[in-house]
Ligand binder design. Structure first.
Ligand code: MG
Length: 360
């Protein structure tokens, strides 16, 4: 079996509401969907999800590196040889993990379709039948943040994440207001997207902890590993690395330096499912729990995140594959396992491969 052709489809999908994080506002997700076509006509789908307030890759950059470097490197290769292909991609071009992730996802989809099994089966089988979700709310007017939190709690969400990081005083008020709006039973997490420096974080975060936070995500700049380690030691609430953990070497470094209590695995960051599995395994060996985050991906990438979250034993927190609810995404046919995305959970994927198909 050989990879015969790879097609790239650019797709822009709007957010239902503009999404503001410490890095800026996003109204539109411009992602690249790819189709790997094998010589027997099997089609595998992949996605590179690039959110410009977060990612160092753009959708046009993804297209360029795929066309010029990555696709020419894999034409004619056997799609079953994922390990060799992903190693070859790393030798072909540095970095570009989102573009590489698109290929990894599409290869998993191809293999699942040919061997007639869902991707979670290829990853070791299911550890759970449903995946609980956290609803993420951008930075904004505190009343609006609180009312969106209540709206999603009423729909069924048991975990709410609010974005912070631009204004410590406002952030403390936001945590207080949201906690009072959603009550004590709902889990509340915060994500500063690198917005604080260490002094601000150690001054601000303890004032939030009295509102019972589930976790604090990426309070400091990604390279401030010493600062993250100090916060892990000094704060009671678990700290979760997101931007500090892109690849498997970052996971090893963070764990060695005790600079994270939880790891946020977004499947785009370590070049797709193969790399994500390595990160989850490193974390598991160190006794570090993980969750699956989101860029947010559209349907193809969200399905891949779901398969991963179903299969990995140490995904112990509510995950964030909420792209199907956050985005106005018309690229795939409705997949039954996304049905309860608005109610706070996803179900076991059905079908073979990733279990999603593109609308033409
Ligand atoms: Mg984050």
């Amino acid at each position: 079996m050989k990879i015969e052709k790879v097609e790239i489809l650019q797709k822009a999908v709007p957010f239902r509401r503009p999404f503001v994080i410490a890095g800026g506002e996003t109204t539109l997700c411009e992602h690249a969907i790819i189709r790997i076509i094998t010589d027997d006509g099997t089609i595998g789908l992949g996605e590179a999800a690039t959110m410009q307030s977060y990612s160092d890759e753009t959708h046009t950059g993804v297209e360029a590196v795929l066309k010029e470097k990555l696709i020419p490197a894999i034409i004619g290769l056997d799609p079953f040889e994922i390990n060799a292909i992903m190693e070859l991609l790393d030798k072909t071009v540095e970095g570009n993990s989102y573009a590489k992730a698109a290929i990894d996802l599409a290869l998993h989809d191809v293999i699942g379709k040919i061997t007639n099994q869902p991707v979670y089966q290829m990853l070791g089988g299911k550890c759970r039948d449903t995946v609980p979700l956290a609803w993420a709310i951008g930075i904004g007017d505190i009343d609006e943040v609180a009312s969106e939190a209540v709206e999603y709690v009423q729909k069924g969400y048991k975990t709410i994440k609010i974005k912070i990081g631009n204004d410590p005083g406002r952030d403390i008020d936001a945590v207080k207001e949201v906690r009072s709006a959603i009550g004590d039973e709902i889990k509340l997490r915060v994500d500063a997207n690198q917005g604080y420096d260490y002094d601000t974080a150690i001054e601000t975060l303890p004032k939030m902890e009295k509102y019972n936070l589930e976790l604090i995500e990426q309070p400091l700049p990604r390279e401030d590993i010493d600062g993250m380690a100090k916060l892990c030691e000094k704060l009671e609430t678990p700290i979760m690395a997101d931007e500090s953990m892109f690849g498997i070497k970052d996971a090893i470094e963070l764990i060695k330096r005790k600079a994270t209590d939880i790891i946020n695995i977004k499947i785009m960051k370590p070049c797709g499912l193969r790399g994500s599995r390595a990160v989850a395994d490193i974390a598991r060996a160190a006794g570090v729990p993980c969750l699956v985050g989101s860029m947010p991906e559209m349907g193809v990438g969200s399905a891949a995140g779901l398969h991963f979250a179903i299969a990995m034993p140490n995904i112990n927190y509510a995950c964030e594959m909420i792209g199907p609810e956050m985005l106005v995404d018309d690229t795939i046919h409705p997949a039954p396992f996304f049905k309860h995305c608005e109610n706070g959970y996803l179900e076991l994927p059905t079908g073979v491969g990733l279990g999603v198909s593109l609308k033409e």
